[in-house]
Design a protein. Structure first.
Length: 109
């Protein structure tokens, strides 16, 4: 009987030891996962911050280029209108010269 009690006691001690070892292993795993998650969260935050800065930079660049192209477009439209006005004036002057010549030819005939 003593031998069975001793074996039972030893088995209980072994089970208790295994439970403690298991709890320690679980705690270590949880701690490792916790550190890994913290690392991943920080990495994601840095990456997100970098992407936001890059996105803002690209947006500023886009706005600057859009503004430049709008200014260039306006300048080209003004230049085009100036050329059209010059051509219209030249055409009007040429028509007046032709009419004058035609009237002069009519008087000469």
């Amino acid at each position: 009987m003593k031998k069975l009690e001793f074996e039972n006691h030893e088995l209980k001690m072994t089970v208790e030891h295994m439970k403690r070892q298991h709890e320690i292993e679980v705690a270590m795993l949880e701690e490792g996962y916790k550190h890994r998650i913290e690392y991943l969260e920080k990495t994601c935050e840095r990456r997100e911050s970098r992407y936001k800065e890059e996105n803002e930079h690209l947006l500023r660049q886009l706005n600057d280029r859009t503004q430049k192209y709008e200014n260039d477009k306006s300048a080209l439209l003004i230049e085009h209108q100036r050329r059209l006005d010059d051509l219209q004036r030249d055409r009007t002057t040429e028509l007046e010269n032709l009419r004058t010549l035609q009237r002069f030819d009519c008087f000469c005939v």
